[in-house]
Design a protein around this ligand. Sequence first.
Ligand code: HEC
Length: 120
Amino acid sequence: MKSFLYSGVVLRKAILIGALSCAMHPASAQSVNEDAAVTLAKAGKCFRCHSVDKAKKAPSYKRIAQKYKGKADAEAALLKHLSGSQQVKVEDGSDEQHEPPPAKDPADLLNLVRWVLSRE
Ligand code: HEC
């Protein structure tokens, strides 16, 4: 049982690393499926705090894209931010939990990250 769980973790890591190396491949950098990204963002209730171009409880995706513009580690940083649950400070100063979106596949998460990064 223990080794079964362990291999599951290893497999998930391998998939994530695969997604990351694709993320660094320039040929795949432009391909964003907008509908899939918006559907996943809606499912994850991201628009409760984020808007594409207006500040809400959280910075707009446009602002986030501008912040990461030209940074080589942008995709990796956002993948990490969206891979776990973490505490963030919203506009009014209160703390809220940042929950990961319900992505079934690492590729869906990567697509959402690329969509955010291309909002600038
Ligand atoms: C409870 C409100 C809330 C919800 C819901 C929320 N976020 Fe956020 N998010 C924030 C706040 C606040 C920040 C800014 C945190 C910071 O810069 O420290 C943030 C930051 C981010 C960032 C930028 C991280 C960085 O490194 O600058 C991304 C990308 C992001 N959110 C995506 C999402 C996505 C995708 C969803 C839906 C799955 C989502 N957020 C749902 C509040 C929220």
